[in-house]
Every structure is written in C-alpha cells, then in structure tokens.
Design a binder for this molecule. Structure first.
Ligand SMILES: [Zn+2]
Length: 94
C-alpha cells in the first residue's frame, strides 16, 4: 500500500505538469486514473488540493497548496454539495 510520501511524490509530478494532465500511474494501484482538484477562497491562489485515484479511491488532501496559473479552481464560496461534486469519498492516506 502506498504511503503518504509516495502520494506526495506523485502529487509533485502531477503538479509540475499542470495545467497539462499527466498519465502518471497511481502509486497505490498503478492505474492512470489520478485526479487533482483545487478549492480556494475567491481571488486567492492558495487553497486545498484534493488528490486521489478514481480506481482504488485512495489519496491525500493538502492545505495551503499554491495553485498554478491556468488550472481551474472550485470556489470555497460554493455550497458543499456543488464544491464536492465530482470528488468521491475517498480514503485519506495519512
Ligand atoms: Zn489507485
């Protein structure tokens, strides 16, 4: 099972490819189904990063993540049900 550090390494690779998508395999199951979604207060470029795998539904959650230009960001002002649309209830690796 992938550790938090394994997930952080994968996040780093995904992050540096942004705003392009990456075909990095999941550190846990090996499928190329990693997803990265940022949520932030309006007008700021720091926020929360949800990073997970759609296949094994594991991943990590980071706060105060810098958000690169050209990446779409969900507003923290949105009601939770809109904000969390498309983000499954995945298991957090700690
Ligand atoms: Zn996976």
């Amino acid at each position: 099972m992938a550790s938090f550090d394994d997930w952080l390494d994968a996040y780093d690779v995904m992050y540096r490819a942004l705003p392009a998508s990456s075909e990095l395999p999941c550190p846990n199951c090996g499928h190329q189904t990693l997803r990265l979604v940022f949520t932030a207060p309006p007008g700021t470029r720091h926020g929360y990063a949800a990073f997970w795998c759609d296949t094994c539904l594991e991943g990590i959650h980071l706060s105060r993540a810098p958000i690169p230009d050209g990446v779409s960001v969900l507003s923290l002002d949105l009601p939770a049900e809109k904000r969390n649309r498309g983000i499954p209830n995945y298991r957090l690796v700690t």
